[in-house]
Ligand binder design. Structure first.
Ligand code: NAD
Ligand code: DAU
Length: 353
């Protein structure tokens, strides 16, 4: 089996669902603290699936993590667990330091102890896959080449600094202890189960609810968008074939300015769910105060993972964003529970008591 952390969040849940769709999939132990971003409704399709074992807990809990490792004997750990929202990190960085740095440190130490006690074959097979972000590289000017794995780190927000710190810990555990790690640095994801505080789901839901579509600053900041299903397939490739100690950049070859993204969403909604008054959703676009320290441009050069492991994204932005918008239109119950916060009451009732 494999141990996934943060598997009730956006990418983690997509990963667990896609992993278990394979008929011969190994079981998954899913350790998640269920912060505001963790939503077990994302995993409701697995409620009666014995291959998915959900554990409510913190990656920073040494006793719990050590016990899980010795009880379940996983052959790999995939570490998604993190505080992930840049704006929240600006308002309150403490949780980011705690989970992203101290939590990852604890996970590494528990896993290193467990790995050291494994028999030779299991020891050679073991992998710790750390999920990270392109934001660790800092911000690009418009004429700069896209981030390569060899770029130096230059994180600018409390979030990206905490992720950079965790990447450095993972790297050091490989070099110092020979602990078997791989790290992937991915660009902006979008797709089903994306929590609506991030740009794409926020714009879809605000548009449908007749609310303003907030664009920070001049809206010309550039992100490299990747459909979440493509991120999950890249992780599976790296977990299966990645070279220990290596890092792999994952991206969508899809650079777009925020304002363009918002306009595309508006146009697709005009077609799929026209406004009652016949006006375009783009009328709701509102320019608001910029994010402090806002990085201007991210772009991933994903040629190493393509050359070494044969991975390339399947979705273009056009196909991925349509699927995503359609998913939000088709899943009003999920949306309603998240927007009203009732998913948390439901969790209490269903699981936590
Ligand atoms: P998310 O915020 O949607 O989910 C994070 C999950 O981690 C939640 O389920 C939360 O409950 C859980 N969690 C938080 N603290 C925990 C702790 N101490 N112990 C156990 N579980 C904890 O995040 P996401 O967007 O799914 O991102 C997942 C990972 O991918 C993160 O490491 C993030 O840095 C990285 N990443 C995200 C993106 C993106 O575009 N969203 C891009 C590149 C990399
Ligand atoms: O690049 C990878 C990163 O992408 C991940 O590591 C992070 O976990 C993930 O949250 C995401 O970070 P961003 O800050 O790029 O994502 P967000 O959706 O918050 O913002 C995307 C862009 O849109 C960014 O330039 C800020 C802008 N924005 C965002 C919001 C929420 C707006 O203009 N208006 C908004 O209301």
């Amino acid at each position: 089996m494999i141990l996934v952390t943060g598997g009730a969040g956006f990418i983690g849940a997509n990963f667990v669902l896609s992993w278990l769709r394979a008929s011969d999939a190994e079981e998954v132990i899913n350790l998640d603290k269920l912060t505001y971003a963790g939503n077990l409704a994302n995993l409701s399709a697995l409620q009666n699936d014995p291959r998915h074992i959900f554990i409510h807990g913190d990656i920073g809990d040494k006793d719990l993590v050590s016990k899980l490792l010795s009880d379940y004997h996983p052959r790999a750990i995939v570490n998604f667990a993190a505080e992930s929202h840049v704006d929240r990190s600006i308002h309150g960085p403490a949780e980011f330091i705690q989970t992203n740095i101290v939590g990852t440190f604890n996970l590494l130490e528990c896993a290193r102890g467990y790995w050291a006690g494994l028999q030779r074959v299991d020891k050679e097979r073991f992998r710790f896959h750390h999920i990270s972000t392109d934001e660790v590289y800092g911000s690009l000017a418009s004429s700069d080449p896209a981030f390569k794995e060899t770029n130096s780190y230059g994180p600018n927000s409390p979030y990206s600094a905490s992720k950079a710190a965790s990447d450095h810990l993972v790297r050091a555990w490989f070099h110092t202890y020979g602990f078997p790690v791989v790290t992937t640095n991915c660009s902006n994801n979008y797709g089903p189960y994306h929590f609506p505080e991030k740009l794409i789901p926020l714009v879809i839901l605000n548009a449908l609810n007749g609310k303003p579509l907030p664009v920070y600053g001049d809206g010309q900041q550039i992100r490299d968008w990747l459909y979440v299903g493509d991120h999950c397939s890249a992780i599976r490739e790296v977990l299966a074939k990645g070279i220990l100690g290596e890092t792999y950049n994952i991206g969508g070859w899809n650079e777009k300015a925020n304002l363009e993204v918002v306009n595309i969403i508006c146009q697709i909604l005009d077609e799929l769910r026209p406004r009652a008054d016949g006006k375009p959703y783009a009328d709701q676009i509102t320019f608001v105060k910029d994010r402090p320290g806002h990085d201007r441009r991210y772009a991933i050069d994903a040629s190493k993972i393509e050359k070494d492991l044969g991975w390339r994204p399947q979705e273009t932005f056009d196909t991925g964003i349509r699927k995503t918008i359609q998913w939000y239109l088709d899943n009003p119950d999920w949306v309603q529970a998240v927007v009203t916060g009732s998913y948390r009451d439901w969790l209490e009732k269903q699981y936590l008591n």
